[in-house]
Design a protein around this ligand. Structure first.
Ligand SMILES: O=C(O)CCC(=O)C(=O)O
Length: 254
C-alpha cells in the first residue's frame, strides 16, 4: 500500500535569545523592578515571558557551582544504590528551601512579584522552589499544564512559575518548550498530535537563553515541557512557584 507523500513538519521554532514570540519586548534594564506594560501584555497573551540575563554573572556562577554540587551528590547516591526509584528517570529533582539565604536572588527578585501581581493578583508569595537537572540523554517530557485536570483557560489564574536558567538554555541541552497562547485554548494542543504530547508540536517554541535568564510562565495552565538534554553536561534550572496565599502549587510547600 502506498502512503500519500506528506511534507515533513517544520522544525520547532526557537527564540533568538531575546526574541521569542515577540522579539524586542523582553530585555530588562538593570535594576528594573516591575514589568513594563508591554511585558505584562506579552505575558498575559502568550502565557510566558523570557527576560534574558537578569542575574549578575557572578551570582549565576555561584549558584551554578552550588547546585551542580547538589545534583552530583544525588547522582553519586544513585550510583551507590542502583535500582532506587527516582521521580523522573535520569533527572535530578530537588526541593530547595526558599528561606535559604543563598537562594535569595532567586526568590526575592522584585520582577517575580510584579509579574505574579499582574497575572494572579496582589499578595502572591513564593510557595515552592525546586531544582530540575536532566542528565545527558534524559529529560524529555510530554506537553502538559501543571494542573491537569484542573487547568483553567481564563483567569483567575492559579500559579506563576519563575524558572531561572542557572546554566544557559541551548538548543540541545534540554531547554523548556512552550506553546504560546495555549493557556487560553479550549482545545488541548496535544489533541492535534498523533502521539499526544511527546513529539514536537508545530506551534512549540524552545526557550534559548543565557545563564541567569528568567522565564516567567503561567505554569498551571500553559502547555509546556522539559526537552531532551543532548549535551554532555547537566542542565540546571531552578523554578520558584508563586501563588496567592490560599493556593499551593505542585512542588510547593504543603
Ligand atoms: O525543566 C523543565 O524544563 C520543565 C519541567 C516541567 O515542565 C515539569 O517538570 O513539569
Amino acid at each position: 500500500m502506498t502512503r500519500a507523500f506528506q511534507q515533513p513538519a517544520p522544525p520547532p521554532a526557537e527564540n533568538q535569545v531575546i526574541g521569542g514570540h515577540r522579539p524586542g519586548y523582553a530585555r530588562p534594564v538593570a535594576g528594573q523592578a516591575e514589568l513594563t506594560s508591554q511585558q505584562q501584555r506579552s505575558l498575559a497573551e502568550d502565557g510566558y515571558l523570557l527576560l534574558p540575563s537578569v542575574l549578575a554573572a557572578g551570582a549565576a556562577d555561584a549558584l551554578a557551582g552550588r547546585l551542580d554540587g547538589l545534583a552530583r551528590g544525588i547522582i553519586s547516591e544513585w550510583d551507590a544504590t542502583p535500582g532506587k526509584p527516582s521521580e523522573e528517570a535520569g533527572v535530578v529533582g530537588i526541593r530547595l528551601d526558599p528561606a535559604d539565604p543563598g537562594y535569595a536572588p532567586l526568590v526575592r527578585q522584585p520582577l517575580l512579584f510584579s509579574a505574579a501581581g499582574a497575572v494572579i493578583g496582589p499578595g502572591c508569595q513564593v510557595n515552592g522552589l525546586s531544582l530540575r537537572a536532566p542528565l545527558p540523554g534524559c529529560g524529555h517530557q510530554g506537553l502538559h499544564p501543571d494542573f491537569f485536570p484542573g487547568h483553567r483557560i481564563s483567569g483567575p489564574w492559579q500559579v506563576l512559575a519563575a524558572m531561572w536558567c542557572i546554566t544557559a538554555f541551548t538548543s540541545d541541552n534540554g531547554p523548556l518548550r512552550v506553546i504560546p497562547g495555549s493557556h487560553r485554548t479550549r482545545r488541548d494542543p496535544v489533541d492535534d498530535m498523533e502521539f499526544p504530547g511527546m513529539g514536537p508540536h508545530p506551534d512549540e517554541v524552545k526557550l534559548i537563553a543565557p545563564a541567569g535568564s528568567l522565564i516567567l510562565f503561567n505554569s498551571a495552565s500553559l502547555w509546556h515541557s522539559g526537552t531532551l538534554n543532548y549535551s554532555p553536561g547537566l542542565r540546571l534550572a531552578v523554578t520558584a512557584y508563586l501563588s496567592a496565599p490560599a493556593n499551593t502549587p505542585p512542588g510547593g510547600a504543603s
